[in-house]
Design a protein around this ligand. Structure first.
Ligand code: SAH
Length: 398
């Protein structure tokens, strides 16, 4: 056990911590040089050396650690992890009991009381993601708790503490039995093929569950659907199951073709009736314009930042332009699902992007619905910056 380190908080940051702000930013600390070993427990103190909060040191792209408790006497030990994780499981008991959904997030970092740690459930398997060496050095507690409270087939992990939070390549198997991948998990009755030991991504982004359900149940029947940045085609699957006459999935990653075929197939959908294009979305927009293609439903869910051979794209800068491309090939009264996971701006700003795009396109729209993270991705309402997902479903009026 490394020793506790005392950190002095800048006067202007004290109120935030007292209100429960969970992230320890380097700028909030007067003496960050006191930090040496990741995983050390830190005490945040005010100018008069009075206790403010307790947390751990772990370098992450977002900050240098997370607050764990505002109670001075609370120890950060096995029992602490046990309390937090058991509580998180309890909060998801309706999901655990739902036979139609066998994959969801069971522990969402700071939203469940421990920043830098997430745990996802995939039909009997757990996948633990570690966002700093600091939290990873406390892994014995987390795996110990899972052994105690979860009956599982197996555990996998993702280390994401390389510099910018990138995934570190390794065999991700931790303990239990190895999965026979792909395993098939369910989400609101839809099937998804998942592999927990094939790099950073699993085949499905669990934070879009509500959006997939909305697409299937409300926006797809009889529609011609375009899914851009489609990855494994999860939105296309939802649309096809919702009665879309046809889906077109566009992603430039070569492996997206086989993965999308697989997702259609595990749902009993004939992939040959669907279009799957391995190409740059920006080229596809040009192609669609040239051929005067139009769609009833267009899904836009780009990565926050992407660089391909020809283009660089950043949602914070280029979302309006991307949306204009989408508007141009959406039918009148058609629907656009505009989504972004960029945490650097909020819903308000995102809506100004939408406004800007429609104005420039000389078009009009109406918002049908808005959503953010689903309930299992628990976040603190007081700090919306951690609720990174912003989805606006809108209708093009002219
Ligand atoms: N919408 C997907 C997730 C998208 S992940 C879902 O919900 O499942 C981002 C995807 O964008 C990746 O698969 C990546 O290959 C793809 N991508 C990034 N830049 C691209 C571009 N310029 N053209 C097409 N696809 C791109």
């Amino acid at each position: 056990m490394s020793k506790t380190i005392d950190l002095q908080v800048n006067a202007k940051n004290i109120a935030d911590f007292k209100k429960g702000y969970p992230l320890i930013l380097r700028d909030a600390i007067i003496n960050p040089q006191a930090l040496t070993k990741e995983g050390s427990i830190v005490r945040l103190l005010d100018r008069n050396y009075k206790f403010v909060a307790k947390g751990y040191y772990g370098n992450q792209n977002k900050g240098i650690g997370w607050v764990l408790t505002q109670k001075e006497e609370e120890e950060i030990d096995f029992d602490f992890f046990h309390r937090k994780i058991a509580k998180a499981f309890e909060r998801r008991d309706t999901l655990f009991a739902d036979p139609e959904t066998t994959t969801f997030r069971v522990f969402n970092g700071e939203g469940d009381g421990i920043g830098g740690l997430t745990i996802d459930y995939f039909d009997g398997f757990y996948m633990v993601s570690w966002y700093s060496e600091g939290i990873y050095s406390l892994k014995h507690h987390v795996y110990g708790v899972l052994d105690k409270i979860a009956s599982y087939k197996g555990i996998y992990e993702k280390k994401r503490f390389d510099g910018k939070g990138e995934y570190i390549e390794q065999d991700d198997f931790v303990r239990g039995e190895q999965g026979d991948f792909p395993i098939i998990v369910k989400e609101n009755g839809m099937n998804f093929a998942v592999n927990l030991n094939d790099g950073a991504m699993t085949g499905i982004f669990l934070d879009q569950r509500d959006v997939r359900e909305a697409i299937r149940d409300k926006y797809s029947k009889g529609k011609n659907v375009l899914n851009t940045f489609s990855y494994t085609g999860a939105f296309s699957v939802a649309a096809a199951l919702g009665g879309a006459v046809k889906t077109t999935s566009v992603d430039l990653a070569k492996r997206s073709l086989a993965k999308t075929i697989e997702q259609f197939s595990v749902n009993g959908i004939d992939y040959e009736q669907q279009d799957i294009k391995v190409m740059d979305v920006f080229d596809y927009f040009r192609y669609a314009k040239r051929h005067e293609l139009k769609f009833d439903l267009v899904v836009l869910d780009p990565p926050s930042f992407a660089r391909s051979k020809k283009y660089t794209f950043s949602t914070a800068k280029d979302y309006p332009a991307l949306l204009m491309d989408a508007i141009a090939i959406t039918e009148k009264n058609g629907v656009i699902v505009a989504s972004t996971n960029n945490a650097s701006f909020g819903m308000k700003k995102f809506k100004t992007f939408i406004d800007e795009a429609f104005k420039k396109a000389g078009s009009k729209y109406k918002v049908l619905e808005e959503s953010s993270l689903p309930r299992d991705f628990r976040t603190n309402r007081d700090f919306p910056e951690f609720n990174y997902l912003k989805v606006v479903i809108l209708q093009k009026l002219k």
